[in-house]
Ligand binder design. Structure first.
Ligand SMILES: Nc1ncnc2c1ncn2[C@@H]1O[C@H](COP(=O)(O)OP(=O)(O)OP(=O)(O)O)[C@@H](O)[C@H]1O
Length: 570
């Protein structure tokens, strides 16, 4: 593939990716949050860094600054301009994005790309470099000054082409040359490529710091593993969560049964484990049972064990979970699902510390501490008569409510980072972390499935993201439109699929499934829903097809195809 000099494709697609959201105080370019700031501020900052760090270290810092933004823009270029077929167009998106961001106008002089045969040559003239303007007051310099721009070019090309490319600024107006000109080649074509690549290595001090942090993390991991506590350290610094942890810890040394109330996936099991680990019983077993997962007819034999011949199929005697938890803690999750008979038997254990295997003639002593959990309103179950009152009061001695994730939103970022590092380790991945948009979506989502759902989303994101790429909102949530607190505030979904204010203006509580059910009940067909969504997205994007497609999580081409299919105006 070669062109000399190539023409830029239209920059419309790149401009469409730029969104100004003044009400929210944000500017976005694709998935990255951007900043608009005066050149004079950047100039001031540069002067200060050169004075404090010296020229060479400041240069390295600015080259790396450019390098990082080049890296992110390469992802955007590829996602907007596509795959290998359109490689030249994707490559040219780099200088076009650079121009769009007000850094420089890059005039292409020459481009030759034949990567299969290991050949790449690219040359640009830079007009209106912001860095030359920043340096102008200092007068002509001894060396080229477009550091950030150069770092950007190196990263953009390398990341996009999947080969290490290095650019050199062969002439620069900042040192009195008539124009700024850069030449890019595959790194190995430059004799000094190794020394040059050092510019992009982080400061030795920072390297050492990272290394130290990595060693501490490994040691902590080893420690947790030897104590059998891997995964069991609850993360959360919101006051509500910390208060609850403090209460949990104060209950740990006593023998009192603990009842944990909270929605599914809020971390009740992790808390039960913590209680166990902090108690005198930490050396004994921790056994967890999900009462809802065991068929009612088997629950008693599961919990209390069974004697050989007690019923057909009981071919040998078996220990129950209570016996296995002897000397330790038994965690009964979904307690409300226990059958009346199992409730009666559980009450006896709590009162007498004795169990009776199914089919046994005698009782036996057990020493077990019970931690129970439920997401249902147990008191209501008592009132309805489906849960024993005496058992309820026995278990209700020390009750803790575990807050749902939407009430501890400040913890989302820390939890997401925690799961990210665990899954990167597990899948042997090295992503560049979450994109700004992905991070913001994580913070806004309602999380009906709480921490378990957050964990699953991050796992999905890591699996779908290649090394050295950012985890996008789509990788986390798929094409499914994220129900956020913002979008739901005062909104419902009417039969035409449009978002509307609910009559009383209160936040809509309907889940996606409920909303879909409402549409079906309103008699809408799939085609009608699709058509209504296309129209709504189009109307909500002022007719901008790329923006409308993005709102529906589709490519522009797929969206345009559907418009045509329904004969909708484009
Ligand atoms: N505070 C936390 N810090 C780190 N990980 C957590 C935290 N809370 C929960 N998790 C993780 O989230 C997942 C769900 O937690 P857990 O199984 O304890 O929830 P649960 O409330 O017991 O759910 P259910 O009621 O559905 O059984 C687990 O994988 C757990 O490791």
């Amino acid at each position: 593939m070669s062109a000399s000099p190539p023409d830029y494709p239209s920059a419309r697609d790149l401009m469409d990716a730029l969104r100004f959201l003044p009400e929210e105080g944000q500017i976005w370019l694709g998935e990255q949050r951007m900043l608009l700031m005066p050149l004079a501020a950047s100039s001031f900052f540069r002067n200060e860094l050169v004075t404090t760090l010296g020229m060479e270290r400041a240069k390295g810092l600015f080259m790396r600054l450019g390098y990082h933004s080049g890296l992110m823009d390469a992802e955007l270029g590829r996602s907007l301009r596509g795959d290998d077929e359109a490689l030249e167009e994707s490559y040219l998106a780099g200088p076009q994005l650079h121009a769009l961001q007000g850094h420089v106008q890059a005039v292409p002089i020459h481009l030759e790309m034949d990567l299969d045969n290991g050949w790449f040559y690219s040359e640009f003239v830079w007009e209106g470099s912001f860095e030359v303007d920043v340096w102008r007051p200092r007068g002509p310099q001894a060396e080229p000054v477009c550091w950030t721009l150069l770092g950007y070019a190196c990263a953009y090309a390398s990341h996009l082409l999947g080969r290490e490319v290095q650019f050199r600024e062969v002439s620069c107006r900042g040192c009195g040359d008539p124009q700024c000109r850069i030449v890019g080649k595959l790194a190995r074509e430059w004799p000094d490529h190794e020394a040059f690549a050092e510019h992009f290595r982080e400061e030795p001090l920072i390297d050492e710091l990272y290394e130290l942090q990595a060693r501490i993390a490994t040691l902590e991991g080893d420690l947790a593993r030897t104590r059998g506590q891997e995964d069991w350290a609850p993360i959360g610094s919101t006051p509500a969560f910390q208060e609850m942890l403090a209460m949990l810890d104060s209950a740990a040394p006593s023998e009192v049964p603990v009842l944990l109330l909270g929605e599914t996936g809020t971390g009740k099991e992790i808390l039960a484990r913590r209680l166990h680990d902090q108690s005198q019983r930490a050396v004994g077993p921790f056994i967890a049972v999900n009462c809802a997962a065991i068929p009612p007819e088997l629950i008693e034999s599961e919990l209390f064990g069974v004697e050989k011949g007690a019923y057909t199929g009981a071919v040998q005697s078996r220990m129950g979970r209570f016996e296995r938890a002897d000397g330790g803690t038994l965690f009964l999750d979904e307690l409300a699902e226990l059958s009346p008979r199992a409730q009666a038997a559980l009450l006896r254990v709590l009162q007498e510390q004795q169990i009776e295997r199914v089919g046994a003639q005698a009782v036996q002593d057990v020493d077990v501490r019970i931690v129970a959990a439920t997401h249902t309103d147990l008191l209501r179950r008592v009132e309805e008569g489906s849960f024993r009152q005496d058992l309820f009061y026995r278990l209700n001695a020390f009750t803790l409510s575990v807050p749902p994730l939407r009430e501890r939103r400040e913890d989302i970022a820390a939890l997401a980072e925690h799961f990210l590092s665990r899954f990167e380790h597990h899948y042997q991945r090295r992503t560049l972390g979450f994109s700004d948009q992905a991070r913001s979506a994580l913070g806004q989502y309602r999380w009906p499935g709480n921490i378990r759902e957050l964990k699953n989303s991050v796992e999905r994101g890591v699996i779908l993201t290649a090394d050295h790429k950012r985890i996008t909102e789509k990788a986390l949530f798929g094409d499914y439109r994220v129900p956020t607190l913002e979008r739901e505030k005062g909104q419902g979904l009417d039969a035409s699929g449009m978002l509307t204010a609910s009559p009383d203006g209160t936040p809509g509580e309907a889940s996606p499934q409920e909303r879909v059910r409402a549409l079906i009940e309103a008699g809408m067909t799939l085609e009608e829903v699709e058509r209504a969504m296309l129209e709504a997205a189009q109307a909500g994007s002022d007719g901008n097809i790329t923006a409308a497609a993005r709102r529906l999580g589709m490519t522009r081409a797929a969206y345009a195809y559907r418009l045509k299919k329904y004969r909708l105006p484009t």
